[in-house]
Design a binder for this molecule. Sequence first.
Ligand SMILES: Cc1cc2nc3c(=O)[nH]c(=O)nc-3n(C[C@H](O)[C@H](O)[C@H](O)COP(=O)(O)OP(=O)(O)OC[C@H]3O[C@@H](n4cnc5c(N)ncnc54)[C@H](O)[C@@H]3O)c2cc1C
Length: 400
Amino acid sequence: MIAIIGAGASGLTAAIVAARAGAKVVIFEKNTKVGKKILASGNGRCNVTNENIKTAHYHGENPSFVTYAISQFNTLTCKRFFEELGVVLVEGNKGRLYPKSGQSSSVSSVLAYECERLGVTIKLNALVQDIQSDASGFSLLVNANWLHVRAVLIATGSLAMPTLGGCESGYLFAKKLGHKIISPYASLVQLMSFEDFSSISGVKCVGGVEVYIDNKLATNAFGDILFTNYGISGSAILDISRVVSLGIEQKREVKLKLDLASEYSKEQLKKLLQSRLKYANDKGVDFWLEGFVHSKLARFITKDFHSKRAKDLSPKELNALVFALKYFFLHVKQTLGLKSAEVSAGGVDTSQINPTSLSSKLIPNLYFSGEVLDVDGDCGGFNLHWAWASGYVVGKSMIK
Ligand SMILES: Cc1cc2nc3c(=O)[nH]c(=O)nc-3n(C[C@H](O)[C@H](O)[C@H](O)COP(=O)(O)OP(=O)(O)OC[C@H]3O[C@@H](n4cnc5c(N)ncnc54)[C@H](O)[C@@H]3O)c2cc1C
């Protein structure tokens, strides 16, 4: 009997692959239903995978650890796997693939159905509290009862989003069995700023973001930028959040430079604003900017001279507006942390895991898959892809 701890994306995939090869599988899941994170993923649409799965989209102490698994289970394999389960994947922007139904529930429900069809036992409300290894396998303490199994897969996910099942169980079990844990920290997460953006909360722009750590450019991204009461969010911010989060963990100074008018160079923007002055009439400077930028943002960036009429702006003040839009600096206080993060960076040290079987190098018949490992991916379907791919590889290797 193979026991899988966690009925998330990787645990369910591993169970299906092992059961298809004839293994007897039991999954223990502490939640009341399977795949809670799958259900919440992609804003309820589930960004299942990406057309561009490659090692460069993954991070951790040893990023090449994923190479074998994603070569065995690539985008095509993923599309076929889901097609055979009845889910057609269609492309959105940036190579992202979603179920054609537009519903993440179609993904979790076909995985659950396939497990049931194959005779996999899924125990819900079943919290694994402890694990012990011995010569013949493992003892698991589940809801206060000890059970004995031959092999165990720890597919417990990470600490990210406790409301959906995120917890440290997997790290504690791994540590107890002699494994090292790379300290987890939040990734794909919103950022808190020292500056107060409550007056522009809800303003969304498409633009560029550059991250400066101790005044050195560390990374950049382009996409949605959303101002919030606590700071800043949006797809471009999630994309750079891993680097920011690590900088904050290391107690470094983290600054962001936003370009809120990225379609223009500094000179072009200056010329454009100058030419708009022709039609300014007697408009106040913030009202004059409306129609070009969001009214709340117009008021925010003109706060030092908004009692002025636009036509009375000095060249220096016009320059200040250009700078406010193209060089919008903010200082990051914190991330919103693992309670709000989509994924966690860090986890079980992959140097102690065989990349081709996902078995422990320390304890026979012990396996790991998914986010509990020190592997995290970029935004865009890469994290779920890792969960499916590692589940697929581990499902095959557990039956050998
Ligand atoms: C809001 C949100 C949106 C996301 N959107 C996307 C997206 O669109 N695309 C993408 O690629 N990634 C997305 N992700 C990330 C992705 O969902 C995860 O990386 C992926 O689900 C991890 O799969 P997993 O199987 O490793 O862990 P999980 O899916 O977290 O599953 C682990 C399971 O183990 C259970 N468990 C833990 N400990 C125990 C225990 N002791 N006993 C019993 N059960 C236990 C948990 O309850 C959980 O159900 C999103 C994440 C979040 C939070």
